[in-house]
Write a protein that binds this ligand. Structure first.
Ligand code: ACO
Length: 337
């Protein structure tokens, strides 16, 4: 809509943080009945980072946020919205977002957590965009931070080899992009900057396929992650592409216009299958699962940080993020960097 005022959530900076300790598949072989060959062949994962006693979801989130702010050329004082996507909060309450807010010394605005498991970052970016587009808030820190190692049953080889810890953060700023024309079919270069479209979904009937078997109101414990791996795999490659198709349609572009596809990093085979469905070539897919394992809500911002640091994602690029998580929850979003 040329000429009509439209605030958009534009990316100003991305950062990430990983725990100090890296655990290779080989190292896991000494504690779990598994092999490097099995893990690599089924998942693509070669190593993951595991938080030590002095590292928590909020400390990782704070470290990632500091890097993102630095790259944005901003200070904590510039931020009036903090949204943290996590399923492994430091405490049942207060929210990890308020702990990150305090850790950074942010005193204005609002901070809250958002829980959509592995799809949390897509949900959090979409939520933050609504605040920025409405004009109620100016600059948001959106963080995906997790310590899944704390909810793994380390005696269950079917799950414990898949996950890792870490955090990623993105700074979004409300900018008036009204001078740019409305996108036309296939003309990605004419699109404004910022989050252009997103599509979120959930369907609670799938709970038993991926869940944690504890919680404050049921067992009064934290619980362990449980998963029907094959069922999750089938859903992830079979059905979740509906949100990708809807997001492309909402932007008026096709997969061919994308510069980068940055999916949730759960499993190499799920990533490859999702990209293939839309004919996205491997060289446009950002894959970090081999280095980080599945870090749930942190996986997309961790991957974004890697691709920005190595110069792949540049201002003006069209980037799709996409994820599925427990619930099930799933979503996709397209941003023009
Ligand atoms: N090491 C060695 N062997 C193992 C391991 C392991 N870590 N885990 C399972 N096995 C064995 C099983 O016991 C089984 O042995 P059996 O044939 O003697 O019974 C054999 O390997 C095959 O097990 P399957 O469960 O059939 O293996 P599958 O090929 O389905 O792969 C996997 C399992 C990798 C979990 C796959 O189902 C998958 O990728 N699912 C997607 C789940 C996922 O990525 N979830 C992440 C969280 S959800 C999210 O982020 C969206």
């Amino acid at each position: 809509m040329s000429g009509v005022s439209r605030l958009r959530a534009v990316v100003k900076g991305v950062g990430s943080a990983l725990p100090k300790r890296c655990v290779t598949n080989k190292e896991l072989e000494s504690t779990v009945d598994t092999s490097d060959e099995w893990i690599v062949q089924r998942t693509g994962i070669r190593q993951r980072y595991i938080a030590g006693d002095d590292e928590t979801t909020s400390t990782l989130g704070i470290a990632a946020a500091r890097v993102a702010l630095d790259r944005a050329g901003l200070t904590p004082d510039d931020i009036d919205l903090v949204v943290c996507a996590t399923s492994t909060p430091d405490y049942t309450f207060p929210s990890t977002a308020t702990m990150i807010q305090a850790g950074l010394g942010i005193t204005k605005g609002v901070a809250f957590d958002l829980q959509a498991v592995c799809a949390g970052f897509v949900f959090a970016v979409t939520t933050a965009e609504k605040f920025l587009a409405s004009g109620s808030h100016k600059r948001a820190l959106v963080i995906g931070a997790e310590t899944f190692s704390r909810i793994l049953d380390w005696e269950d080889r079917t799950t414990c080899v898949l996950f890792g810890d870490g955090a990623g953060a993105i700074v979004l700023e409300a900018q008036d992009q009204s001078e740019l024309a409305q996108p036309e079919q296939g003309q990605g270069d004419n699109l404004p900057r910022g989050l252009l479209a997103s599509c979120l979904r959930s369907d609670g009937k799938h709970r038993a396929k991926l869940f944690v078997d504890g919680g404050p109101s049921t067992t009064k414990t934290v619980g362990f992650l449980r998963m029907e791996g094959k069922e999750v795999f089938k859903f992830a490659v079979g059905q979740v592409t509906d949100v990708m198709a809807e997001t492309f349609a909402a932007c008026g572009i096709t997969a061919k216009d994308l510069d980068w596809f940055v999916p949730h990093q759960a499993n190499r085979r799920i990533i490859d299958a999702s990209a293939q469905k839309f004919g996205i070539p491997p060289e446009k897919v950002v894959t970090t699962v081999q280095d980080h394992g599945n870090t749930s809500a942190a996986s997309i911002p961790l991957a974004l940080a890697v691709a920005c640091e190595d110069g792949r994602i540049k201002p003006g690029d069209l980037v799709m993020i996409e994820a599925i998580g427990g619930g099930f929850t799933w979503g996709a979003a397209i941003l023009r960097w």
